[in-house]
Write a protein that binds this ligand. Structure first.
Ligand SMILES: NC(=O)c1ccc[n+]([C@@H]2O[C@H](COP(=O)([O-])OP(=O)(O)OC[C@H]3O[C@@H](n4cnc5c(N)ncnc54)[C@H](OP(=O)(O)O)[C@@H]3O)[C@@H](O)[C@H]2O)c1
Length: 342
């Protein structure tokens, strides 16, 4: 099975990853109860054997338990086979939710992630959310030191605005920007995607299946456990869900016509955005994982892309993409460097 998944360059600094990644968040957190370690380790090993080597985690997934899980999965020679991405910047210490990007926090978070993952160096280290109290130059300045010390190889940003990306990139090359990008979340196309392309930054599309909605449609919502944070998502609320279900019906009908599944069609749409885009669908099931790599073989003509986009046009989508829009790129501009007192 190895070799089935093509490789791609992510950014301009030399990082090479599988052209589809594996989002590991739902294995440990946010999407219902944590799944058994042994099953998730088997899934991760299956992904690596299939050629999906770009693994995505964060210290906040659990918190911490997803990194610990990956640490276990990467033992026994697996670490050398993968490109490991993790993130810092969302802190839930002492029951207080906070976004943190000051230099001392960045360093402590990195050391702690290295420790949990049981590795010497993180391949791609993202700032998960931007701390709007700290000039981005200061946060990236500390990340630059971590690169120089060999603790991280490449720097990424997640949910950063175009101007924040630009300022960060002036301090140290940014290799990848991670952003929500899918058939029904396209606001990044206006500013963020063109900025990444201008600067040669790779694009990592998170939640490319619309948080699972393009996998199973409204059925997903009726099956969510009480612990699943998607229960609070505006697009899944009564009133919005009935309208959004029609979008799924259209995508599903197109998939049937095309001879693929709706999740494959949704993922293929992301793959067709360009060779600089790497989607990282999340799954906890080998069966769904296998289906998702099948998306790499789904070819869409320009006419089919247009048809698909008309099925999911913005006026048809009801509800914000997230219950907490304050914690997205729209609120990620930081103060000027001159204002910073260390
Ligand atoms: N930077 C950020 O702020 C941020 C935010 C969110 C997520 N992420 C990252 O992005 C990754 C992916 O995003 P996501 O997990 O939110 O959303 P997603 O990839 O859009 O969807 C994941 C959901 O789709 C289901 N699914 C996967 N493949 C399927 C298939 N073939 N058929 C039917 N259902 C399928 C999964 O369920 P099963 O487990 O049952 O397959 C899961 O519920 C995360 O794991 C995380 O690493 C980053």
């Amino acid at each position: 099975m190895a070799g089935k998944v093509p490789r791609m360059k992510l950014g301009s600094q030399g990082l090479e990853v599988s052209s589809q990644g594996l989002g590991c968040m739902g294995m440990s957190s946010f999407y219902g109860p944590p799944k058994p370690d042994s099953d998730m380790i088997a899934l991760i090993h299956h992904a690596i054997a299939s050629g999906v080597t770009f693994l995505d985690t964060s210290d906040i997934y659990g918190p911490f338990t997803n990194e610990i899980l990956l640490g276990k999965a990467l033992q026994g020679g697996m670490r050398e086979k993968v490109e490991l991405a993790t993130k810092f910047g969302l802190s839930f210490a002492d029951g207080k939710r906070e976004i943190k990007g000051d230099p001392a926090y960045v360093r402590t978070a990195c050391e702690a992630s290295l420790n949990r993952l049981g590795i010497d160096c993180i391949d791609l280290y993202y700032q998960h959310r931007i701390d709007t109290r700290v000039p981005i130059e200061v946060t990236v300045g500390e990340l630059k030191k971590l690169v120089e010390e060999g603790k991280i190889k490449y720097i990424g940003l997640s949910e950063a605005s175009a101007s924040t990306i630009r300022r960060a990139h002036a301090v140290h090359p940014i290799t990848a920007v991670q952003i929500e990008w899918s058939l029904w979340t396209r606001d990044c196309e206006e500013d963020i995607i063109p900025t990444c392309r201008e600067l040669g930054i790779g694009i990592v599309a998170y939640s490319p299946l619309g948080r699972g909605f393009f996998g199973s449609g409204p059925k997903l919502v009726s099956e969510l456990s009480d612990q699943d944070f998607r229960k609070a998502f505006p697009r899944f609320q009564p009133g919005n869900l009935e309208s959004n279900a029609l979008i799924f019906d259209r995508v599903n009908a197109m998939a049937t016509k095309k001879g693929c599944t709706p999740s494959q069609l949704a993922l293929a749409w992301v793959h067709h955005q360009g060779t600089d885009v790497c989607p990282i669908p999340g799954t906890t099931k080998i069966e769904n994982f296998n289906q998702n790599i099948g998306a790499l073989s789904v070819k869409l003509s320009p006419e089919e892309m247009t048809e698909l986009e008309s099925c999911t046009s913005v006026d048809l989508i009801k509800g914000d993409r997230s219950p907490n829009v304050l914690w997205t790129w729209k609120n990620s501009d930081t103060p000027p460097l001159s204002s910073w007192k260390a």
